[in-house]
Structure formats: structure tokens, C-alpha cells
Design a binder for this molecule. Structure first.
Ligand SMILES: [Zn+2]
Ligand SMILES: [Zn+2]
Length: 69
């Protein structure tokens, strides 16, 4: 760690794209998992998760419907 800019916490490449919406780890575009979360009646909220949170049903309500990991 040299403290200048965030590197992706998954693959280590220094190409910060977005932080995981839950655990806030830095992610590159290739490692961020995009989800549309349903909130209330008919509202969907775009969210990016790290691969860990993407498969955690406590964090990602859509995790139960995923089987691509
Ligand atoms: Zn990455
Ligand atoms: Zn996360």
C-alpha cells in the first residue's frame, strides 16, 4: 500500500471504479457486481457490491436468485 489512490480489493489492479455499497471496499469495474435492488413499491435502486456481498443474502436481497458463482 502506498496510500495514493485505491486499488481494487479483489484483483488488486489500481483501477478504482466504485466502492461496495455495503462493506465499502474499493472495486474495479470488472469486479464490481451490479444489482438492481427493489425498494418498496416499484422502486429499483442501482447498487454495486463486492463479490462477497453479492452472494450474501443478508446484504443483497437478490443473492438467493443468483447461481453464477
Ligand atoms: Zn478488480
Ligand atoms: Zn462488500
Amino acid at each position: 500500500m502506498n496510500g495514493t489512490g485505491a486499488a481494487c480489493s479483489v484483483c488488486g489492479q489500481a483501477k478504482f471504479f466504485v466502492s461496495c455499497i455495503d462493506c465499502r471496499v474499493p472495486l474495479c469495474e470488472g469486479c464490481a457486481r451490479f444489482e438492481l435492488l427493489a425498494e418498496g413499491c416499484g422502486t429499483v435502486v442501482p447498487a454495486y457490491f463486492c463479490p462477497d456481498c453479492a452472494v450474501n443474502p443478508l446484504v443483497n436481497p437478490n443473492a438467493a436468485f443468483r447461481d453464477d458463482f
